[in-house]
Design a protein around this ligand. Structure first.
Ligand code: SF4
Length: 231
């Protein structure tokens, strides 16, 4: 029979989940390809409603033609649209990318600003994008990136009851140590894709099974030995 540790404090469970995620997914790099903060900002805007793999297919040509904020700010909008078309919502994304780059040129001397408040002023940039840019381009951990995987898993793991991403982020910021805010999100995304997917979570092969209040016990035959040892 599976014994869970969900009676422990929520913070203790969150920390144990973090430890296990680090063990499961030792590397937690940003999966978007970029060379500069501006390019990371652009790639992150393009990744909305799109896979990182798809974004990585379009950005080489985009960045070759328009490598920085100045080039994107001065481009023909239709040229940007054509280059990012396959990422979906391409008109809106191209418009936001150009508007953001124009603001970066006029207000910030061509450099991506390094505060949450300033980033949120840029067209097309919400907290999720700002968190990714701050963490990976500047090593600044201002918040927890909450995408659809982070939202789903944080709820299933009983770390939040909220449904609004901003409130989920606030809950997670209280539970996870600040230096781990970004790698928490990346690893949770890995786990969401590999094991705890939206429609059919593979609880029977999940390393978080004894920490999860949403475990589907019908899928569990026995607790893996690795978890018996640590329970
Ligand atoms: S035990 Fe099941 S529901 Fe819980 S995190 Fe693992 S796969 Fe998801």
């Amino acid at each position: 029979m599976v014994t869970t540790r969900r009676s422990g404090s929520k913070r203790q469970r969150a920390l144990e989940i973090l430890v296990r995620l680090k063990r499961l997914y030792p590397e937690a790099p940003c999966t978007l390809n970029y060379e500069t903060p501006v390019q990371l900002l652009v790639a992150t805007v393009l990744s909305a409603q799109c896979t990182d793999e798809r974004v990585n297919l379009v950005t080489p040509a985009l960045f070759q033609q328009f490598p920085d904020a100045a080039a994107l700010a001065g481009a023909e909008l239709s040229e940007i649209e054509n280059l990012v078309r396959s990422t979906g919502f391409y008109r809106n994304k191209a418009k936001n990318i150009q508007a953001a780059c124009r603001l970066i040129m006029t207000q910030y001397g061509g450099l991506v600003p390094q505060t949450m408040e300033e980033l949120l002023q840029l067209p097309g940039v919400a907290r999720k994008t700002a968190n990714v840019v701050l963490a990976h381009a500047f090593g600044i951990h201002a918040g927890v990136t909450v995408d659809t995987h982070v939202k789903r898993l944080s709820q299933r793991l009983g770390l939040t009851k909220q449904t609004d991403p901003i409130r989920i982020e606030q809950d997670l910021m209280k539970l996870i140590p600040q230096p781990d805010w970004e790698n928490w999100s990346i690893r949770l995304i890995y786990h969401g894709r590999a094991v705890c997917n939206a429609r059919n979570p593979a609880c029977g092969s999940c390393a978080l099974v004894d920490l999860c209040p949403s475990v589907d016990r019908s899928k569990i035959t026995q607790l893996p030995m690795s978890q018996v040892a640590s329970s």
